[in-house]
Design a protein around this ligand. Sequence first.
Ligand code: LER
Ligand code: MN
Length: 276
Amino acid sequence: MKFKIGVTCAVDAPDGSPFPLVNSDICATIDFLAENGFDSIELHLLKPSEVDGSRIKEYCDQKGILISSIGTGMAYGKEGLSITSTDEDVRKRAVQRLKEQLDLASLLNCSIVIGSMRGVIGPKDSREAVDSRMIESCKELCEYAERGNGTIVIEAIDRFETNYLQRAEEVMDIIHRVGSDRLGVHLDTYHMNMEERDWKQPVLLCKNHLKHVHVADNTRHYPGYGLINFAPFLEALEAIGYDQTLTMECYPVPDGKTSVLRGMEFLRGLMKEANK
Ligand code: LER
Ligand code: MN
């Protein structure tokens, strides 16, 4: 068992975000990752114009750091952009923002995450109507993605953040209905711990559709801090031949750098144990 380990990073983020490394100097973040043996970076951006994509790609290549993904949720938190909005203008602007993120993803050869930007089922809305807008938006995004190198992953997110697409099987249903190999599932152990009934079954259900993974403990601190038994989850990832990264998305506690160093040590320890 040998999984690549990455970290969610941002150039700027609201207080309380589960991003361990937040620094306006992205090269300094990449230096820290490379010097400490991490494999990859996930970058959370409100807008792709916040960064110089070519410079990031060049610097990551030079330092041997893979770019796994672009997190997009800040556009929902800060601007209310949702690809299932009942307001057609908002929905279109959300799709447009994700197309811009896909342009950057194409350059960086990575995925974009649809997390909070999938929105919620509003009090006067129906599941069927939200599904239909989700599928329409995803089809448009997949057609756009097919012209470049970017892929799209939909994250299953727990009930305290959204009432829409909380479990792997719900995301899989959307993926089947959209019908594009550019669309995949993204699982996060923090959300799974609240919504799933088993650590293995959701992974086995997704199989090759699982294209991205976030790891954090039940308290959303670094893996190894809390109660989650990560071994069966990692065993299931190995069973499906998951070859993408385990990206730590956790609180910067006691501080960002210490949290991810501890998390990496814990995850590598589990892999070593499994290989005995
Ligand atoms: C949302 O809680 C989450 O898990 C993030 O991956 C969103 O970007
Ligand atoms: Mn996540």
